[in-house]
Design a protein around this ligand. Structure first.
Ligand SMILES: Cc1cc2nc3c(=O)[nH]c(=O)nc-3n(C[C@H](O)[C@H](O)[C@H](O)COP(=O)(O)OP(=O)(O)OC[C@H]3O[C@@H](n4cnc5c(N)ncnc54)[C@H](O)[C@@H]3O)c2cc1C
Length: 333
């Protein structure tokens, strides 16, 4: 097999990988994106606050986004802390509303835009092997052999490359989310969050008449007494901000805040969740994925890796401060 040569190989074609591919193509780089899924299985239905639209515009994807079936969200109703219920109405935003994503079509759309700008995007192929050969990397995905001087880990929380390189992950807390969806014909355009004993709730409508509700709890501090996740759901369902069915088999997702001790090095960098996975309470993971992806050309083409590392560190500190303040507020209620 003769290797094909690229200026950069991106491992993972989620929001971070796709944003990086688009930005690199604008800078004239030859790019390969390797994505193990076909974006054909259900993904989370994240909320995008209105400000993320400025990034989608920067990526040249506003029209493609507008053609999607995302559900408009008018703001956030929160019952959090001693002040009781409050409303953050997005009406004051220049972008009008936020969105509850059809995440499968969102990821597909970004990958399509990346391909339109000239990136080679492989779907349904996991990155399998990587090795150093002199000053280059040699990577294997399916039947493709690639050579490149620079690799980007955009593989999400998994941190495929970082793990192989032995870069350690650090956690704050042990948050997990128990999520379930059910049909709901209500035209509810609000995201609702509520702090309760032992955790907090998030609920919103998804495109296609489904309601998503997720109960987040820190399993480090939770005594499950042998209860299964369905039992936890059943015992908490009454505290959801909307009437939630009690008999559900929730999906479990790791939702702890996680970061890596190193996010850049000679000939590599990590972006998106691979570098810093944020608390879902902040609803800022996708913004972060797109922003960090847009910074890849600075590092690859202008050698600004130390500047990137410092930026990730300041984002991490700011996020942790904000997170601690929010949870302290919930506890003081
Ligand atoms: C419960 C929960 C709720 C959340 N809610 C919100 C929200 O409301 N708003 C918000 O903005 N954010 C939210 N987030 C965060 C958001 O989901 C992530 O921050 C975002 O998806 C990160 O994008 P990414 O591209 O870095 O990683 P991912 O979206 O995880 O993409 C990584 C990609 O890499 C691929 N991949 C992995 N390994 C390989 C491999 N070896 N080879 C090839 N491909 C590979 C995967 O298939 C995947 O497509 C939430 C997170 C959780 C856990």
């Amino acid at each position: 097999m003769t290797p094909r040569c690229y200026d950069c190989v991106l491992i993972g074609g989620g929001p971070a990988g796709a944003a990086a591919a688009i930005a690199l193509r604008w800078a004239g780089a030859k790019v390969l994106v390797v994505e193990e899924s076909q974006f054909d299985t259900a993904r989370r239905g994240e909320m995008l606050p209105p400000s993320v639209m400025s990034l989608i515009e920067r990526l040249g994807a506003a029209e493609d986004f507008a053609a999607g079936q995302h559900w408009p969200v008018w703001g956030v109703v929160s019952e959090w802390g001693p002040e009781g219920a409050s409303v953050r109405d997005f009406i004051t935003s220049p972008y009008g509303s936020g969105w509850h994503l059809d995440r499968v079509s969102f990821d597909r759309m970004l990958a399509r835009v990346a391909a339109r700008w000239g990136s080679e995007v492989q779907l349904g192929v996991p990155m399998e092997k990587i090795r150093r050969d002199g000053r280059e990397w040699v990577l294997q995905s399916g039947s493709t052999l690639a050579r490149t001087p620079f690799v980007v880990d955009a593989s999400g929380r998994r941190g495929w490359l970082l793990r192989r390189m032995g870069v350690r992950a650090r956690n704050e807390g042990n948050l997990i989310g128990l999520a379930a969806t059910w049909p709901d014909a209500t035209a509810d355009h609000w995201t609702r969050i509520r702090a309760v004993e032992g955790g907090w709730w998030y609920t919103a409508m998804l495109p296609g008449g489904q309601r998503l509700a997720a109960f987040f709890t820190d399993v480090g501090g939770c005594n499950l007494q042998g209860a299964g996740w369905s039992d936890v759901w059943r015992s908490m369902a009454h505290s959801c901000p909307v009437a939630a069915p009690q008999e559900m088999a929730p999906r479990i997702a790791a939702a702890h805040t996680m970061w890596r001790e190193q996010v850049e090095g000679e000939a590599w960098m990590a972006i998106g969740d691979a570098a810093l996975a944020r608390d879902p309470l902040s609803a800022s993971g996708i913004r972060w994925a797109l922003e960090s992806g847009l910074r890849v050309p600075e590092v690859l083409l202008h050698g600004e890796s130390a500047k990137y590392g410092a930026w990730v560190e300041s984002e991490r500190r700011e996020h942790l401060d904000l997170r601690r303040n929010y949870y302290a507020l919930a506890c003081s209620a």
